[in-house]
Design a binder for this molecule. Structure first.
Ligand code: FAD
Length: 504
């Protein structure tokens, strides 16, 4: 170990939760060192658009009839009370104030949005410079403002510096070992450590071990560089108790989603979806709840599903527009359909959104969209048995006339598929990243295997995000970034309170 530094608080990871924790601790007059192994703050959240809050001035101005109590009740019913109600309550209680807090740092919000019809208007979408409409990656402005505030408060941000170990002494966290890009090692002595390293979304081995998916085969989740599970490993090595992590699941058509946006959005409408055995398995009107759909796809054979459209359906969309329009893609019409289908068929490609390794991998992936002349070709392309597929399509078309008594899909989405040309997309489970892994208290103290706080050790954001039970709660959109920012803020305050407490 070459050098020794000192700080009151060391924050490991400068993403959504880490940079927020650093600002919070520094505002309470702690000397903070933040180590970030990448070359920027914001982490995965730079890809995002906004965060959860309830009771904000934006919601009040928009007459949103959804308050803290309603959010808390929804949260706890959704999770069957299997999560920490105290932490959920604290998070919700702080959320509106956090919006006001970052607004004082110069962050602007476009307002509070839903993600899909049945969700609540909790997604506070950050305004991107020079734009008056929701824009992908707009949240990076929030992290820029927090970073400026951190710098103003004297936080020592060390980029390209990786934490490798939490140093423990007499059961307390008292330091962090870090290594810089040039290989030089430093030991930072401190009074409290906040770990905020964003989970293991970029670590295929952990994804397989902890979640049972093989990345690139039956899971096509984002792989944001940097989130390799190192923080969880360091916390477990320091004696932290474990929780069962989950993937923030959604679904995708590799090579299509986020690239050929019109085809992709069209094939994610509530049309017929079948599994590899040619069976329906969901009320397709839930397809705009990407978590529920991801869950349903993930439990099918080989974790795969297909949606079908035909010219009759396309004609309807041409006339009436798409049923489901997402805030982030905002594809309303299918005007670009023919152009994109030609580009996809020729392999010409469309400029990729380039969001992460996922998208570069997707460019190489096998085809996941076909134009088929009749159901026999659909069967041949997809591997679905023709007889089963034909029966399902016939039954579905009959249900379009009489009503869907199988899964009760609302009649307004029941549109027959008669061909002769069928458009088929293949879908797999996808995800934004992992959630959870380390046990924390409602003050974000890291708990040991016995459930007792480890003095001086805190975790925030994805590493500590155990508040959703088995599935991310998309009814309250903006919730993972909301938890990251709010847990970071709470952890920052708590770390300072710990140093000021008689226990210290
Ligand atoms: C495409 C995309 C869009 C999204 N959009 C939204 C949205 O609109 N709303 C929403 O609620 N959520 C959204 N999310 C999820 C959101 O980004 C995460 O919930 C949030 O980033 C989690 O914050 P975090 O601080 O836990 O991790 P991150 O923000 O990922 O930060 C972790 C940081 O830790 C650093 N790090 C890791 N290991 C070390 C180490 N050993 N030493 C030093 N540094 C280390 C990493 O480099 C990284 O910078 C989106 C995610 C993706 C991928």
């Amino acid at each position: 170990m070459n050098a020794v530094l000192e700080a009151d608080v060391v924050v490991v990871g400068g993403g959504a939760s880490g940079i927020t924790a650093a600002v919070a601790a520094a505002e309470r007059e702690a000397g903070v060192i933040l180590v970030e192994k990448g070359s920027t703050t914001g982490g995965a959240a730079n890809m995002g658009m906004g965060l959860f809050a309830v009771g904000s001035t934006h919601q009040k101005a928009a007459l949103v009839d959804f308050d803290e109590e309603a959010a808390f009740r929804l949260f706890m019913e959704y999770t069957h009370w299997r999560v920490d109600a105290r932490l959920v309550r604290r998070y919700i209680a702080q959320s509106a104030d956090t919006i006001a807090w970052v607004e004082k740092m110069g962050v602007e919000f476009l307002g509070a949005y839903k993600y899909f019809e049945k969700s609540q208007q909790t997604w506070h979408v950050v305004k991107a410079a020079g734009s008056s409409v929701p824009a992908e990656r707009a949240a990076s402005n929030l992290y820029r403002a927090l970073t400026e505030r951190a710098t103003e408060l004297g936080v020592d941000i060390r980029y390209r510096t990786k934490a490798t170990r939490i140093v423990m002494q007499d059961g307390r966290a008292v330091g962090v070992d870090v290594v810089a890009e040039d290989g030089s090692e430093t030991h930072i002595e401190c009074n409290a450590v906040i770990v905020a390293t964003g989970g293991f979304g970029n670590n295929p081995r952990m994804i397989e071990d902890k979640l049972g998916y093989e990345w690139g085969r039956d899971l096509h989740s984002f792989r944001i560089p940097g989130v390799d599970g190192e923080g969880l490993g360091m916390l477990w090595a320091a004696g932290a108790g474990t929780t069962t992590p989950i993937m923030e699941l959604t679904y995708t058509s590799p090579g299509l989603t986020d690239v050929y946006k019109t085809i992709s959005e069209t094939m994610r409408q509530p049309t017929l979806m079948v599994n590899l055995d040619g069976q329906r398995f969901l009320d397709e009107s839930i397809m705009n709840n990407t978590v529920f759909t991801g869950n349903a796809v993930a439990r099918q054979r080989r974790r795969v599903a297909f949606t079908l459209a035909d010219d009759g359906l396309l004609e309807h969309y041409r006339r009436a527009g798409l049923d489901y329009v997402t805030v982030h893609h905002n594809v309303r019409s299918i005007d670009a359909w023919d152009r994109e289908v030609q580009a996809y068929a020729s392999g010409a490609g469309v400029a990729s959104a380039g969001l992460s390794e996922l998208h570069s991998e997707q460019q190489k992936s096998e085809r996941n969209f076909w134009v088929c002349n009749g159901l026999a070709e659909v069967a041949e392309r997809t591997g679905i048995p023709l007889a089963a597929l034909t029966t399902t399509v016939d039954d579905y078309n009959a249900a379009c006339r009489s009503g869907d008594t199988q899964f009760f899909k609302p009649q307004r989405f029941m549109r027959p598929l008669e061909g002769p040309t069928f458009y088929v997309a293949r879908h797999f489970p996808a995800g934004y990243g992992s959630l959870g892994g380390v046990a924390v208290s409602d003050s974000l103290e890291v708990l040991d295997a016995d459930g007792l706080p480890i003095p001086g050790l805190y975790a925030a954001g994805t590493d500590a995000c155990n508040i959703f039970g088995d599935s991310y709660c998309f009814y309250l959109p903006g919730n993972t970034m909301g938890f990251a920012v709010n847990s970071g803020r709470l952890a920052g305050y708590q770390a300072v309170a710990y140093m000021d407490s008689p226990d210290f």
